[in-house]
Design a protein around this ligand. Sequence first.
Ligand code: UDP
Length: 383
Amino acid sequence: MGKRIVMVGAGLSGAVIGRMLSEAGHDVTVVDSRSHIGGNCYTKRDAETDVMVHVYGPHIFHTDDEEVWNYVNRFTTFLPYKNRVKSTVGGQVYSLPINLHTINQFFGKALRPDEARTFIATQADCSITDPQSFEDQALAFIGRDLYEAFFKGYTEKQWGCSPTALPASILRRLPVRFNYDDNYFAHRFQGMPEHGYTPMIAAILDHPNVTVQLDTVFDPATAAEWDHVFWSGPLDGFFGYRLGRLGYRTLDFKTFRHEGDYQGCAVMNYGESTVPYTRITEHKHFAPWESHKGSVLYEEYSRACGPKDIPYYPIRLVEEKALLADYVAEAQKTLNVTFVGRLGTYRYLDMDVTIREALDCGLAYLRAQENGTTMPAFAVDPL
Ligand code: UDP
């Protein structure tokens, strides 16, 4: 007999786990408080320009995980897309991630790779041997000049605090290259779904054992009515925020339109703190195989997430981590609920990692069923 399972949230986690369990014969209901599926990956065509818009900001699919790549390609066609990000600083446009072109342009040099390596080593602060903070990591890695131009202001805007307070792991997301490779991501597989992410997630959810209910708020008090609940909403939200709120950054997007090509690339970062937004996204460049006269753009502003805002980036500083530990302890006392995804586990997850964890989590549930064991509150330790 199939179990009655509810997935709270129709984003990647809910869709992927829901699909796996429905294929195994379980009866899956996916609820979402929003009026659309896809969570923050949701894409939609702009009525005025017909451009495919990444409604909750840029999402570029990249992964080293072949199984995840094969999984997403099973549900939609991915077309080749390379993320080439630029950064405007001091009235000039530079290429990111920091590469030989950036170094040569920034320092007005014509260095070859080995020369650049040696030069950057003279810039870097070699007294920092075990960098803990974002700032220390940057100073040890690239030195003060590049750090202040490209990272300091941007990071202060993005995270609303000093990079001395942020963990080094955030910077470790970005490489430094001593060649002219300006592909933002170093992963083997990268692409963009031909028709955006919404049809991909719709295809994942398209199974006879899956029922989707939009505009539906799930009440955690009803969890016991289900055989199992997979909660991809905010972890603290499940508990009515009773211990306090986990800190997030939210984003505001100021939309504007333009005739023709506004900036020549999908993502233009602004490193300086004097520019109030972090970046401008020109959505039509995410679909270079399409052609549009008009253009729709987002100026992206980051700020502290209030109770009515959409949470985007978990902050995870010392204070938040202490509160997180308290919520994790609460979650471990729940009987039939598993917390999944970026909000459910309060982690800065890329899409591919979210899918990998969802596949593993679905499998863990099926194994637990087979073995008669209890599915834990977390398939991955959020601490
Ligand atoms: N970052 C920065 N300057 C940039 C781009 C990124 O300082 O031009 C820092 C910033 O702190 C950001 C982090 O590096 O939060 C990770 O950047 P990524 O592009 O991965 O951020 P995402 O696209 O996930 O917001």
